[in-house]
Design a protein around this ligand. Structure first.
Ligand code: GN1
Ligand code: MG
Length: 367
């Protein structure tokens, strides 16, 4: 149930925002948090902000999460200033609470709300349109990692083992054993598909343990719609959704980009004949990520780029399937069997990636 205007007004009044609140409307396509776009009147000008509730069942320690977001955005803002870049759009600007000065407010029921300056003349895409656009998305996510390469200190793990595929298998196995929603009999082919690939789950973790793939600060949710593209230049100007920014492997970001951005269709498209990896998009992602992150990636990271696309696609598919078996308790669903549709879509993508794997590997060798 969306909030009433009065409830929204009560929340926004607790932030330092100049002007008069006019209206707040639900915004975006996130699967986890609740988002509103706010319109204010400031001296006759219409200004927009974003108001967002952090989902506390997904993020049990939202204050730590906000500490990460604040430290990361501060770090990037400092870089932008040092480089004398004109635009400050490259990172989110948080509004502060009037009473505590913190970049969020805590509601009486324990919900944490935050507000951002709305970035105008830019949009997020569900399905990327061209290789040129894919190049720009990948170079912006690569730039995000580059900006954070010299970040001091360790961030909180907002969701421990978020991209630990071995643990994601265990969670699925538990969901299968419990069969809480009585749906197991409907998904045997999907379960078989996943189990046939179980051996590969620990591959990146092994590279990490041997030291060939280092821990970095990563975004961890680099789907296409988590980046704002400038309407005029088409450039990726602002990385969104920093909730899962935390220690991780750079290939989690590359892999999730491949999963979402090379898909010819949306991630919940039911007509699987439309679903598959576009090789031209993959090539553009590869080049785009290398254009900004190439300078710091280790040989093993570069070598495993194609594999990460496959692994993260499989992993998110496993999460959708487990949530389906658990009765849709994690991801927001907008129709019956939505999670199963999503899982099937991801597994079709895995097959498509597998069938183009040799060509993907040639790009690694070519550089
Ligand atoms: C969730 O909320 P959203 O759509 O940005 C999820 C990601 C998934 C994605 C799949 C914290 O992200 O991990 O890849 O859905 N975020 C969390 O659409 O679980
Ligand atoms: Mg998002």
């Amino acid at each position: 149930m969306p909030l009433s205007q009065r409830e929204i007004r009560n929340l926004v009044n607790q932030f330092i925002i100049y002007g008069d609140f006019l209206v707040g409307v639900p915004f975006g396509n996130g699967n986890v948090n609740d988002t509103y776009q706010l319109t204010f009147d400031q001296g006759g000008l219409r200004l927009h902000y974003i108001l967002q509730r952090v989902n506390k069942s997904v993020f049990p320690e939202p204050e730590k999460l906000m500490d990460n977001v604040e430290r990361v955005t501060d770090h990037i803002l400092k870089k932008i200033r040092e480089a004398h870049l004109e635009t400050q759009k490259r990172t989110l600007r948080l509004l502060r609470s009037e009473t505590t000065g913190k970049p969020y407010i805590s509601a009486k029921n324990g919900d944490l709300w935050r507000a951002y300056v709305f970035v105008e003349h830019a949009r997020a895409y569900e399905v990327l349109e061209s290789p040129e656009q894919a190049f720009k998305v990948a170079s912006a996510f690569g730039q995000f990692q580059l900006d954070l390469v010299d970040f001091d200190g360790r961030l909180h793990e907002t969701i421990p083992n978020f991209h630990n595929t071995v643990k994601r298998y265990e969670q699925l196995e538990q969901a299968i054993a419990e069969d809480r929603a009585g749906r197991l009999s409907k998904v045997q082919p999907e379960v078989d598909f996943v189990m046939a690939r179980k051996e590969e789950a620990g591959t990146l973790l092994r590279f990490n343990a041997s030291g060939d793939i280092p821990e970095r600060i990563t975004h961890n949710d680099t789907k296409a719609n988590n980046i704002l593209m400038d309407d005029l230049s088409g450039n990726g100007i602002c990385v969104l959704d920093l909730d899962t920014v935390m220690p991780g492997l750079s290939l989690y970001d590359f892999g999730d980009m491949v999963r979402s951005g090379t898909n010819a269709a949306e991630e919940d498209e039911i007509d699987l004949s439309k679903v598959g990896m576009r090789f031209d998009m993959y090539e553009a992602f590869h080049k785009g990520f290398m254009s900004t992150a190439g300078g710091f990636l280790t040989p093993a990271e570069r070598e495993m780029m194609p594999f990460s696309g496959k692994l993260i696609t499989l992993e998110i598919g496993i999460r959708f399937l487990a949530d389906y078996l658990n009765g849709d308790i994690y991801f927001r669903t907008r129709r019956p069997h939505h999670n199963l549709d999503r899982a099937r879509n991801q597994f079709k993508m895995v097959e498509s990636i597998e069938s183009q794997y040799e060509r993907m590997m040639k790009l690694v060798k070519k550089r």
